[in-house]
Design a binder for this molecule. Sequence first.
Ligand SMILES: Nc1ncnc2c1ncn2[C@@H]1O[C@H](COP(=O)(O)OP(=O)(O)OP(=O)(O)O)[C@@H](O)[C@H]1O
Ligand SMILES: [Mg+2]
Length: 323
Amino acid sequence: MLELRSVSARYNMLTSFVNAVDNVNFRIENNEIFGIAGESGCGKSTLLKVMYDLLDYPLEVSSGTVRLYKGNSETEFVETGRLKEYWWKEISYVPQGAMHVLNPVAKVEPQFFDAVSRGYHEKMKKKELREKIVEYLEELELSPDVLNAYPHQLSGGMRQRVLIALATFLNPSVVLADEPTTALDVVVQKDILTMLMDVQKRMKNSMVIVSHDMGVHYQVTNRMGIMYAGQMIEIGPTDEIFNHPKHPYTQMLIGALPRVGDNSQKEGIPGTPPSLKNPPAGCRFAMRCKYATDECRKIQPETIQVGEQHFAACLLLGQNVEK
Ligand SMILES: Nc1ncnc2c1ncn2[C@@H]1O[C@H](COP(=O)(O)OP(=O)(O)OP(=O)(O)O)[C@@H](O)[C@H]1O
Ligand SMILES: [Mg+2]
């Protein structure tokens, strides 16, 4: 299980900072699929990199920490700076645009070997490891022939499946997947989501899925968080978020979704998010929010509980204003 404690992260641009993640707090439980949603540029991928401890220049954590609890322990954990030692076997990551991650001039097999042998603790002969990989691919209904292919010989969906197999082969307790279905056609998207759900059911581990597509969250996640301009503005069970969204931004996101049988014109969300280089002092959504008051523009809203396991950061919710 993974816990984020007041995590802020930024891109150090020498003369300025892009504050892509601001004071994020939440916890991923065992045996759940947690979704992270929000529009392009709100910091979803940055947050996932921080959760994986993938902090390459110019990205840096400016405060807070991520804790990875070992096994089912409530007390034993490792934190940001040391998570790398647990890559592949305890925590794994499928990056955004993963279809381009595989080396185009090498066959899949050596790439698979290279990645998994780094995380494999037991000494195992190559032949035995190959047998295990083939067995695992078959469990995931993937033909072992993919091992002999070059990445360009595989379709986008197949490459994504290979990467999911790779990320889950060592049975890590946390799997992070960034936009696993983006750029794939609808039928293939469905296959990938089904594969992720099957793997999670089998392993009973924790999975985090980042997607800007609310439909993906509706289909696969148990709980989800909504990001806006670097902050987590609402978090809760997925059905609560869809049926009783509390933050005005979430309400607009849900309101903009097409529904079967409803032909009415959908409202988009007018305006654009604020710059992450110099974000406004008050609520970051205030300039686009139809309920915003002068106070909203001055005071940063605290995250408050608005239901069972349901939290949101909006000043007006604290004042019991029905929205
Ligand atoms: N390497 C980088 N250097 C500087 N700024 C960056 C870098 N990568 C991302 N950013 C900025 O950080 C902010 C958050 O970006 P991030 O990629 O995390 O957003 P996202 O929510 O994943 O967007 P998308 O849905 O488009 O993938 C954006 O303003 C982006 O321009
Ligand atoms: Mg992204």
